[in-house]
Design a protein around this ligand. Sequence first.
Ligand code: NAD
Ligand code: DAO
Ligand code: ZN
Length: 369
Amino acid sequence: MKTRAAIAFEAKKPLEIVELDLEGPKDGEVLVEIMATGICHTDAYTLDGLDSEGLFPSVLGHEGAGIVREVGKGVTSVKPGDHVIPLYTPECRQCKTCTSQKSNLCTSIRATQGKGVMPDGTSRFSYKGQPVYHYMGCSTFSNFTVLPEIAVAKIREDAPFDKACYIGCGVTTGVGAVINTAKMEPGANIIVFGLGGIGLNVIQGAKLAGANMIVGVDVNNDKKSWGERFGMTHFVNPREIDGDLVAHLVALTEGGADYTFDCTGNTDVMRQALEACHRGWGESIIIGVAEAGKEISTRPFQLVTGRVWKGTAFGGARGRTDVPKIVDWYMDGKIEIDPMITHVLSLEEINKGFDLMHDGKSIRSVVVF
Ligand code: NAD
Ligand code: DAO
Ligand code: ZN
């Protein structure tokens, strides 16, 4: 079949909207009609050539929502007509990691997903007879895509696609980092570095879980009102304080935060986040994805004296199990999504979504097919 898609032919070039060939689902795969897709910073990193695993040409996009249109042989958990969210972190429920229940980093299709192909080692997309790579196993910048059955979460049918798509990455990552990774207790003081599409969801997750102080740190003053909108209690612009940021934050939180979250991807900020943790027990969670080749550092004494450095992918969520619950939280009004969708675009306008993100003018741009 044919599908309209935005292709990244090479790094640092705008996406091109073309008609691609898409093969139907093979065994264990499903064909999904994508109804809406969000543009996340991670897509931009890959397009900017900052991601060492970026493959070209590829169909980017990993944050979407749609409807199953066809299923391959052996598929039992979804059927045509089901509403689903694609999962860049699948959940097979059989591999060592899934059965351990210690992590959400399912390994069953890791090797092929990282190579931009389906589990049988081939791509379903092609353009003028040449294969085009899948991206993060999802490729949601296409009106139709093929995914392994274990990489879709079935969701309720009354959830609007143009909002639910954000649960495919940003919402789950931010809220999940607080609930699954930090396992934050009520009354905790937290600091969130970077108040973009991820950081604001950390804030709303912390508010939901009963945080006391929620300090937001961002170099862009426009983010102050955004943070406050979702529960931030204090705002710090590192460029507008006298002296050292870490000392300022430790004083503000009376000894350091119980939990800090890096939502910038900047390795210097990651160090500040660790060192702004409370001596003896503070935990710092890295969410931001750093440029390829970057390293983090701190004095080991920071860890000897009880601070803990952690990281999280997709908020520690087990996609097929947890994503439908987060959709319920949204539909029940426990979490908000609508105000964060600042721009709704057509596929033809997708490059504008990247420009808005680079200029710090959007929280989330969503493309509706
Ligand atoms: P974004 O661009 O919307 O937000 C980043 C924010 O950080 C901006 O508000 C910016 O002003 C602020 N910032 C930049 N430099 C700063 C500094 N030195 N100090 C304080 N604030 C600073 O990006 P996003 O969509 O929120 O994504 C944030 C990060 O999370 C990215 O690195 C992205 O790749 C990553 N991410 C990780 C996961 C995961 O599963 N771990 C999932 C999605 C995204
Ligand atoms: O299982 O080893 C692995 C890698 C899983 C990939 C998870 C990527 C999470 C960080 C990037 C998030 C971007 C949306
Ligand atoms: Zn697994």
